[in-house]
Design a binder for this molecule. Structure first.
Ligand SMILES: Cc1cc2nc3c(=O)[nH]c(=O)nc-3n(C[C@H](O)[C@H](O)[C@H](O)COP(=O)(O)OP(=O)(O)OC[C@H]3O[C@@H](n4cnc5c(N)ncnc54)[C@H](O)[C@@H]3O)c2cc1C
Length: 389
């Protein structure tokens, strides 16, 4: 068992680490200022400028297959890079990304949707959640009925990330009520100018998701992604595309937060001594260090199983659940160590506190991850002894 990084992995990781320190972290104060004025922290132009800088050094399409010009990096390498990006709350992502299910598009759809998304000309959003169907995604009610060779979509989606900015959506609609999620849901690629509208949803974080409204939106059959009735499988593929990436980002955030806590603990003096000398503070640092170490290996192990081509759902659920829980406990401790300053908007701790809360909700809540993990263990699909069992 070799836990060390190869030279190549180390140099790729180090490049991103330097990029984050030199190019992204210096933007943090400005991003905070803008967000607090209810503006997007990172404007699209600045994001594109950063992406172009990264691209000049070959960092483009990190997980995009090489045949599309991407780097085609594996899951372990991608998780390492995501953890580095997580060391800043600035919502930077490398250019050259497209949702995994867009690769199921036919040639003509690839020209219209996949390639322009990779090049950054077009923006997508993934829309399955509805006011009446979140964890229970099989209960969606948005419908599409056939009219000649067209389909007419009606319904409402909610909490759609990027829904305000997207110019097309991958929307999931019931095309056969009898079959429902078992062969009766279809995915449609729908341009905004085909008639759907979005409404901003105010949240406690800076995510700004949208509600999407479809009222008699007519699309030709050419807009069906994949096959009629096979949409639910596509949705599950999208959700399962890399659950380890969310806790990977949280891992980076936790590392940076604890570094901030250590610096504060060493310099903040109360009753004549730095608070770092107090056992109460030391235990918070120690518990956080242990949990960060555990999270690191859960994330990397899940990514490794993905790279091996094995069934990674169980280990990904474990990493996502643990990451969400522990990141929230850690940010709470870091806020506590900073005292009143931690609660102010002068420091980014409260910014992370709000953002990390989301990790326990989206892409499968804590409870849904527990349900998956318990089912796997109880039904014997996964061993309590893990990969080595
Ligand atoms: C900021 C943000 C961005 C999002 N982005 C997207 C997106 O891009 N696209 C998209 O389609 N969706 C998106 N979502 C939706 C997200 O995936 C759902 O909010 C999430 O799956 C939970 O669904 P829900 O909100 O309907 O909660 P519910 O499913 O109503 O759950 C409510 C509570 O009940 C618990 N619960 C539910 N079922 C069970 C059960 N069987 N056993 C025990 N407990 C249970 C849940 O864990 C939760 O605590 C986003 C959400 C947010 C907040």
């Amino acid at each position: 068992m070799d836990f060390s990084l190869s030279e190549e992995e180390q140099s790729v990781r180090d490049w991103v680490r330097t990029f984050v320190r030199k190019e992204i972290q210096p933007l943090e104060q400005e991003v905070l200022r803008r967000e607090r004025a209810n503006q997007p922290g990172l404007t699209h132009d600045v994001l594109v400028e950063l992406q172009d800088k990264a691209k000049a050094s070959g960092f483009w399409g990190v997980q995009t297959p090489e045949e599309y010009g991407g780097m085609g990096l594996g899951a372990v390498m991608s998780a390492l890079l995501e953890a580095e990006l997580g060391r800043s709350f600035v919502q930077f992502r490398f250019g050259g990304y497209a949702d995994n299910i867009l690769y199921y598009a036919n040639d003509e759809q690839k020209q219209r949707y996949l390639l322009p998304t990779l090049s950054g000309e077009r923006r997508s959003c993934f829309a399955i959640t509805e006011p009446g169907a979140g964890s229970d995604a099989r209960a969606i009610r948005t419908s599409a009925r056939q009219d000649g060779t067209d389909w007419i979509i009606n319904g409402e989606k909610t909490f759609i990330t990027g829904g305000n900015e997207a110019d097309f959506t991958m929307v999931f609609a019931v095309t056969d009520k009898e079959k429902g999620a078992n062969g009766g849901v279809t995915c449609f690629l729908v341009d905004r100018d085909q008639g759907w509208r979005s409404e901003y949803i105010d949240t406690m974080g800076e995510w700004g998701p949208a509600a999407l409204v479809f009222e008699d939106v007519r699309v030709p059959k050419e807009n069906i992604l994949g096959e009629v009735g096979r949409g639910f499988e596509l949705a599950m593929k999208w959700i399962g595309r890399g659950r380890y990436m969310l806790p990977a980002r949280a891992l980076g955030a936790c590392e940076r937060l604890v570094e901030m806590a250590v610096e504060h603990a060493n310099t903040r003096v109360t009753f004549g001594e730095p608070i770092a000398n107090r056992q109460a503070i030391q235990w918070m640092i120690a518990d956080s260090a242990v949990e960060i170490e555990a999270l690191r290996w859960l994330v990397l192990h899940a990514a490794w199983v993905v790279d091996q081509g094995g069934d990674s759902r169980h280990v990904q659920s474990i990493a996502k659940l643990y990451g969400g829980q522990k990141a929230n406990e850690i940010v709470d401790r870091v806020l506590q160590i900073h005292g009143g300053m931690g609660y102010t908007r002068e420091l980014p701790v409260e910014r992370w506190y709000r953002e990390l809360r989301l990790l326990r909700i989206y892409e499968g809540t804590d409870e849904i991850q527990r349900r998956t993990i318990a089912r796997n263990i109880l039904k014997g699909h996964a061993s309590i002894s893990g990969t080595l069992g």
